[in-house]
Design a protein around this ligand. Structure first.
Ligand code: PEP
Ligand code: MN
Length: 364
């Protein structure tokens, strides 16, 4: 399914802010906490207020959110501050209640995106909304907990298929086993590939859930802007240390504002003449690389013919290991990573083998 004809996620005023920032507590905990945080964020110019109403917790016994009664607090925050409100929905009931209470933005959490049944249930509930309501709702799809781009794309396609056009993605990192500096390692290659496949889809970075620690929010946000992400979603709580969920990664509205204001933006989108020249060099080098690869394949096919005539097997593991090790050593001495060159050589070798097998296949 191709995802085209998307509408801007938010109003022109919000879309023009650089970067777009959604902020608010991990969870709505009490009316006072919601209003106090919302007022402070609004005073710092934040335009979209996030708060979790239903919280997916890994283990029972954690704070699972206040549920439906918290929606009224978000409505109050919206009325008082004029901010848009955003919350996570995981079931059709959550969606309908959120929409009923006037929520402007919903997101599918990482555990939901990983489950096609749950995503389809939400897509069906979105399709059943009155068209006007669906058209005005912004829907963001977090990456699934596991690093699976197809699953993320599948979730986006299901929501798009329901007629949602204010659609975006949130990159919150991927869970992984063992200890890491990140709570959810970002694996930037995946959101970058998502952007390559769907260039019009806005992607918002969630440095709070990637880093899991306050001090990682600023550097991760900067990295996201350096990579041209469209916005940030950051957890902010009026009393972070007392937060009932994700306390270690929440910051006060003042700190949030400080972080956002200290980010450097990349406003230059025109490419300069010298960049153009450098890119021409890259184009030429890529052409040379392709010609070289084609030459290498021709030799590989000659070897294939020799092996066929002499009744030899196509793959000779000793040769492969020897070839690999020598090339890796050379590449490392030329400042390339061993992993990178191993991947490149494995791909080239696989293609050579495929071509030799074609030659060696018994004639039909
Ligand atoms: C959240 O945004 O508070 C949340 C639960 O996020 P995730 O689905 O990314 O874990
Ligand atoms: Mn959270």
């Amino acid at each position: 399914m191709s995802i085209t004809d998307l509408k801007p996620l938010f109003s022109p005023e919000i879309m023009a802010s650089a970067p777009i920032v959604m902020a608010g507590p991990c969870s709505a905990e009490s009316e006072t906490q919601v209003l106090e945080t919302a007022r402070a964020l609004a005073a710092h110019g934040i335009k979209i207020f996030r708060a979790g109403v239903w919280k997916p917790r890994t283990k029972p016994g954690g704070f699972e959110g206040i549920g439906s009664p918290a929606l009224a607090w978000l409505a109050k925050a919206k009325e008082e501050t004029g901010m848009l409100t955003a919350t996570e929905v995981a079931t059709a009931r959550h969606l309908n209640e959120a929409v009923e209470s006037g929520i402007d933005v919903i997101w599918l959490g990482a555990r939901t995106s990983a489950n096609p049944f749950a995503v389809q249930e939400l897509a069906d509930a979105l399709a059943a909304l009155p068209q006007g309501r669906r058209d005005s709702l912004a829907v963001l799809v977090k990456n699934p907990v596991n690093p699976d781009l197809e699953l993320w794309l599948g979730a986006l396609e299901r929501i798009y298929g329901a007629g949602v056009r204010r659609l975006g993605a949130i990159h919150r990192g991927f869970s992984s086993y063992g200890k890491h500096i990140y709570r959810n390692p970002p694996k930037w290659r995946i959101p970058i590939e998502l952007h390559r496949r769907l260039p019009d889809l806005p992607i918002i970075c969630d440095p709070s859930h990637i880093g899991g620690k306050r001090e990682m929010i600023a550097p991760l946000s900067q990295q996201a802007l350096d990579m041209n992400f469209n916005g940030l979603i950051i957890e902010s709580h009026c009393k972070p240390d007392a937060a009932l969920s994700d306390a270690a990664q929440q910051v006060t509205p003042d700190s949030l504002s400080y972080i956002v204001n200290s980010l450097s933006l990349h406003t230059e989108t025109r490419s300069t003449e010298s960049l153009g020249l450098l890119r021409q060099q890259i184009d030429r080098l890529d052409d040379e690389l392709l010609e070289l690869l084609a030459k290498r394949m021709r030799v590989a096919r000659d070897i294939g013919r020799y092996k066929r005539e002499n009744n030899m097997p196509v793959v000779q593991p000793g040769r492969y290991n020897d070839l690999m090790q020598r090339r890796v050593d050379t590449a490392v001495s030329l400042d390339m990573s061993a992993d990178f060159i191993r991947n490149v050589l494995a791909a080239i070798h696989e293609e050579s083998v495929r071509q030799q097998l074609e030659i060696c296949a018994p004639e039909k």
